[in-house]
Design a protein around this ligand. Structure first.
Ligand code: GDP
Ligand code: MG
Length: 426
């Protein structure tokens, strides 16, 4: 059987959507297994430029079945809006090409509100949330205070279940945050407007995947964010609220026996980070602004300027290890074209000692980057499709990264479009 996970190695926005879109034609099924509508996966193909949030990136390929697994934060309102948006641009989303797990928990209307209220309370100590309700959603899921998509098939019981949750959540909204309470009318309206149109897509995806597996279908897992944002292994508390690691894919996808036998880790040729938290290799000033502009580093979901820096070999090696990546796709190499010297964060210095080990989150604040420099190349490489045709300096840069992280780089991306890729034979 052919199963593959495409995951982020760093802070997210490595170009996962672009790599999933490239490889989807080899797969029958694409599954999102964690995270929610806070994702921004940019895909540029013959149908135009899209920023996907919750829909799997396989949605553009005819014949591919896309699955939203039980591990995702299922936001009916944003999902239905997204389905309508892509449909308006000629991408049809039907019950044949989109299946939603009956075991996926619903992001309820108050989760987005609670997210914003909490960020406002934190004032200058914000986490940098995208305010999509993801943290309150996962907290409530683990407190067993949300509902599952399959409950939509049992409207009477669901109404009662929601009523209990409403009573409980209103205590927090009104007494903790001094905000307005929700009413049953508001919930009924939300159900009618967003949940009912979503219901036809909901099914027992576990059973469906079991049949697909038995029939020898090939399956691709699409992750959101990257290793350093993993709730357990990332830079806590500046993580997301779910597990971004490939190891979680069998759980979040809906069939625990479905383990990825290939894990492609996506690494950007330099670093970017959205939101708060330690970012050891961060560059500032004009140098940063130039890189940000060259790479168009502004959030796909929020439009926020991303923090930028050189590639961080310490963090990347750790990310590769946590993902148990079997190979790497290196993206955005073209963005570095024209730089005279390319900075590389090769080690960290903590209290005067140099280290190759990625430290405990609290220690990370004390880490300083140890910089080295590689020769740049002074030509446009965006049209290159063969490894041998890359300038020697560009090949040296890729090979240096490969050796430092101990994982083969089998794809080198030199542009955002589907065909802008160099595939290296291993
Ligand atoms: P994701 O969240 O990991 O899917 O990544 P994003 O879509 O948020 O960010 C990656 C950005 O880089 C998008 O705007 C892509 O279109 C763009 N991109 C991806 N690969 C390349 C590449 O090789 N070169 C260039 N110039 N842009 C790329
Ligand atoms: Mg993104």
């Amino acid at each position: 059987m052919n199963t593959c996970a495409i995951v982020g190695i760093n802070w997210g926005d490595e170009g996962k959507g672009r790599i999933v879109d490239l490889l989807t034609e080899n797969y029958d099924v694409v599954i999102r297994y964690q995270g929610g509508g806070n994702a921004g996966h940019t895909v540029i193909n013959d149908r135009g430029k899209f920023a996907l949030h919750l829909l799997p990136s396989g949605i553009f390929h005819d014949g591919v079945v896309n699955v939203l697994g039980n591990g995702v934060a299922l936001d009916p309102e944003n999902l239905m809006k997204e389905i309508r948006e892509v449909a308006a641009r000629g991408v049809s989303v039907t019950t044949d090409n989109l299946k939603i797990s009956a075991r996926a928990s619903l992001l309820l209307p108050w989760h987005r509100e609670q997210d914003a209220l909490e960020e406002a309370r934190l004032a200058d100590k914000q986490y940098g949330s995208t305010k999509q309700g993801i943290a309150p959603f996962y907290s409530d899921k683990y407190q067993k205070k949300t509902v599952m998509a399959g409950e939509l098939f049992h409207p009477e019981e669901l109404r009662e279940h929601l009523r209990d949750l409403l009573e409980w959540k209103n205590l927090t909204l009104t007494k903790v945050y001094g905000s307005r309470p929700y009413t049953t009318e508001m919930l009924d309206g939300w159900m009618r407007e967003w949940c009912e149109p979503m219901r036809p897509y909901v099914c027992d995806t576990g059973a469906w995947l079991k049949t697909a597996k038995a029939a020898g279908k090939s399956i691709l897992f699409e992750a959101q964010l990257g290793s350093l944002r993993d709730l357990d292994y990332g830079i806590y508390p500046y993580t997301t609220s779910s597990n971004t690691l490939a190891a979680y894919a069998p759980i979040g996808a809906g069939l625990p026996s479905l383990r990825p036998d290939r894990v492609i880790g996506v690494v950007k040729a330099y670093s970017t980070c959205v939101g708060e938290g330690p970012f050891v290799c961060e560059m500032f000033g004009e140098e940063a602004e130039r890189l940000r502009r060259a790479g168009q580093e502004y959030g796909a979901k929020t439009g926020r300027p991303r923090r930028v820096g050189p590639i961080d070999l310490v963090a990347t090696r750790y990310g590769v290890e946590m993902q148990v990546a079997t190979e790497i796709a290196l993206t955005k190499l073209d963005v570095l074209s024209g730089m005279e010297k390319i900075p590389v964060c090769s080690r960290y210095r903590i209290r005067g000692e140099e280290t190759d080990e990625f430290p405990f989150p609290t220690e990370l604040r004390k880490a300083e980057p140890v910089m080295t420099y590689m020769d740049g190349w002074q030509c446009d490489i965006s049209g290159v499709r063969r490894w041998e045709e890359l300038p020697a300096a560009a090949r040296a840069y890729v090979t240096m990264i490969e050796n430092a992280i101990g994982c083969p780089i089998s794809y080198v991306s030199v542009g955002a479009e589907r065909e802008s890729i160099i595939i290296r034979q291993s």
